[in-house]
Design a protein around this ligand. Structure first.
Ligand SMILES: [Zn+2]
Length: 68
């Protein structure tokens, strides 16, 4: 089982999205991280299912993908 990450810029700051969910500090640029679980069915078909997501600094979110 593999986890897939999508990191995208929101073009918004903490004024719009709130503080970083990782460190709790304000950010000028908030990024959005979405985690998916990649799977293959018995029939050999590949798919992805949504796991969770978070808003925060790009660096903070990148750290959470390394730890996983
Ligand atoms: Zn942060």
């Amino acid at each position: 089982m593999k986890t897939v990450y999508r990191l995208t810029a929101t073009k918004g700051s903490s004024e719009k999205y709130g503080a970083c969910e990782c460190c709790g500090r304000m950010a000028d640029s908030i990024y959005h991280l979405t985690r998916y679980r990649a799977y293959t069915t018995n029939a050999g078909k590949q798919g992805m299912s949504y796991l969770s997501d978070a808003f925060g600094h790009k660096n903070c979110l990148a750290k959470t993908t390394e730890a996983a």
